[in-house]
Design a protein around this ligand. Structure first.
Ligand code: GLN
Length: 207
């Protein structure tokens, strides 16, 4: 049985622990480098990405996280977690989503990286900050998943090595690159653990 950590610096850690256990993994919170060293895979939860990234630096986790991702450990990020796994982050749009060319890099927000993509924070805009939608995810059988989007990012562009596995309203909302999986939405907040099961399979495949 794979041991999968949930980065427990900030965010919806508990919900991921429950979803992973339902998908037949041994799930545990990870706060320190020693704890990170003991897991086969890691979930980076939803929450607030600037806070999470500051805490990762403060707790001495940023470099160890980058190293493990580079070394091939499977990682799954939801929402704020997706933002942390992006090689490049764009600032939230001021009100409604601007065209992609107007994005500016978020200064000072460090990322773990791992997916060759540009992610825009809070991209779906103020008037529509939180919503639910049925999302078809490539590789997941049995119909669409219920996508819970909470001040969600979207993926503005991806490099050649990135597989787009879901879109919503013309925007990329789920991607995979090798060992790294990310969704704009929160499967851990629904009773449907198929995305977590997909991730557990990714962890099994490398261990
Ligand atoms: N808007 C948040 C951020 O930019 C992410 C929201 C979430 O994780 N639900 O960090």
């Amino acid at each position: 049985t794979p041991v999968i950590g949930v980065l427990a610096l900030q965010g919806d850690v508990r919900e991921h622990l429950i979803a992973l256990a339902s998908a037949n993994a041994l799930a545990r919170p990870v706060r320190r480098p020693e704890e990170l060293a003991e897991v086969d895979g890691l979930v980076v939860p939803g929450g607030e990405s600037t806070t999470m990234s500051k805490l990762a630096v403060l707790f001495g986790m940023m470099e160890p996280l980058r190293e493990r991702v580079r070394a091939g450990m499977p990682v799954y990020g939801t929402c704020a977690g997706m933002i942390l796994l992006a090689d490049e982050i764009l600032a939230p749009s001021p009100s409604s989503p601007p065209p992609s060319s107007e994005g500016r890099p978020v200064s000072g927000q460090e990322t773990v990286g791992g997916i060759d993509m540009v992610v825009r924070r809070n991209a779906f805009g103020r008037q529509n900050e939180s919503f639910e939608a049925a999302v078809e995810v490539a590789g997941i059988e049995g119909g669409p998943v219920e996508g819970v989007f909470i001040r969600a990012p979207w993926v503005e562009s991806v490099g050649a090595g990135v597989e787009v596995i879901a879109e919503h309203g013309g925007h990329i909302v789920a991607v995979r690159q090798r060992n790294v999986l990310a969704t704009s939405f929160h499967p851990e907040l629904t009773g449907d653990h198929r995305v977590h099961a997909l991730f557990v399979d990714m962890v099994r495949a490398v261990n």
